[in-house]
Structure formats: C-alpha cells, structure tokens
Design a protein around this ligand. Structure first.
Ligand SMILES: CC(C)(COP(=O)(O)OP(=O)(O)OC[C@H]1O[C@@H](n2cnc3c(N)ncnc32)[C@H](O)[C@@H]1OP(=O)(O)O)[C@@H](O)C(=O)NCCC(=O)NCCS
Length: 162
C-alpha cells in the first residue's frame, strides 16, 4: 500500500459499500479521513496490502492494532482488527486468500497475538475464507438492518497466532 493508492482505494471502498450487502454503511468514509489514516499507518509498517490486476487496484486488506483504531481493549492485551474487500468482478479467484496470507505473515513478524473481525452471517464467501485461515466463531452480535434493507446478524471471529 502506498499513499498514491488513496484515490483507487477510496473507489474500491465506495464500490463495495454501494453494493449494500456486506457493510453497515452504504458510503465509504470521506477520502480525507482515509488519507489521514493512511498517513498515520504507513510509517508504522502495519499489515496492509493491495491486490493489483493489470495495474488496477482491485482489492485491499488491513489488520490494524485495536489501540491504533481507538477500539476499546477489554482484555488489556492489544490485538489486530481485520478489514478486507475485493472488487465484485475479481472475487472467487483467490485474491482474498493471497491478501490474507500476506497480511497474516506480517502480523506474525510483528508478534501480534491475535486477530479479530466482524462479519455478517449471510456473507458465506468471507466466512469460508476466514475459516480456511483457521479463524473461529467467537460470538454473535446484535441484529442489524443493512443499507439494502435486509436484516442480518454480525458475528465476531478470532484467530490466535503462534
Ligand atoms: C470476502 C472477500 C474479500 C473474499 O475475496 P475473494 O478474492 O473472493 O476470496 P477467495 O477467492 O480467496 O476466497 C473466496 C472463497 O469463498 C468461496 N465462495 C464463493 N462464493 C461462495 C458462496 N456463495 N458460498 C460459500 N462460499 C463461497 C470460494 O469458493 C472461496 O473459497 P475456497 O477458496 O475455499 O474455494 C470478497 O468476497 C469481498 O470483497 N466481499 C465483499 C466485501 C466483504 O465481504 N468484505 C469482508 C467483510 S467482513
């Protein structure tokens, strides 16, 4: 990931959000907010990668420490929070798996103890990918209503790294 990727990254987030099926918001964060986050994260060498096909940015993953994201750390021990997306036309071709492998390898280099994520129960391709990498179900969260109007339920998943 480079700072010059910011426009393409924002387009990717906008496209996936607009599908209205996988994320709770139909719009991406403002580009200036995303740029500010990237300017903070890049110098820290955090696990974040993009997938490019023929020079086009078509996927991304980030695993940011909860402390970096401002997430409350109940257990007292910091952990990684994962987010990822691949453009619709490029899904199911293994890019998600390659992004995940690269990001987890980086987490291990950083001695991150565990990675957590939240995924909708209807999102079977994502859950299949996470289970392939040995993420385990942790808990169900409160039901939600998606931008496309459908009701769903998020679940938390966790991977312990050795
Ligand atoms: C989740 C996501 C990043 C995966 O990326 P991807 O490039 O498609 O990932 P891969 O091709 O490596 O793996 C997808 C897996 O889902 C499987 N799959 C595809 N459609 C499926 C379906 N309808 N039901 C169950 N599994 C399905 C594929 O077979 C593959 O598993 P396999 O490798 O064991 O065969 C991508 O689907 C995506 O961006 N979705 C929208 C955004 C999103 O959901 N982000 C995560 C939010 S928690």
């Amino acid at each position: 990931m480079r700072i010059s990727d910011i426009e393409a990254l924002h387009r990717l987030f906008a496209e996936v959000s607009a599908e209205g099926e996988f994320l709770l918001r139909a719009e991406p964060p403002p580009i200036e907010q995303m740029r500010a986050m990237l300017l903070r994260s890049l110098p820290l060498d955090l696990p974040q990668f993009i997938a490019e096909v023929d020079g086009e940015l078509v996927g991304s993953i980030e695993i940011f420490p909860a402390s970096f994201c401002g997430v409350e750390i109940g257990s007292g021990e910091d952990f990684g929070v994962l987010g990822m997306q691949v453009k619709k036309a490029h899904r199911g071709q293994g890019l998600g798996g390659r992004l995940m492998a690269a990001a987890l390898e980086h987490c291990r280099r950083l001695d991150m103890g565990r990675v957590e994520l939240t995924v909708l129960k209807s999102n079977l391709p994502a859950i299949r990918l996470y289970e392939r990498f040995a993420f385990l179900w942790l808990e169900d969260l409160a039901p939600v209503s998606l931008p496309n109007g459908r009701a769903d339920r998020p679940q938390k998943m966790r991977l312990l790294l050795d």
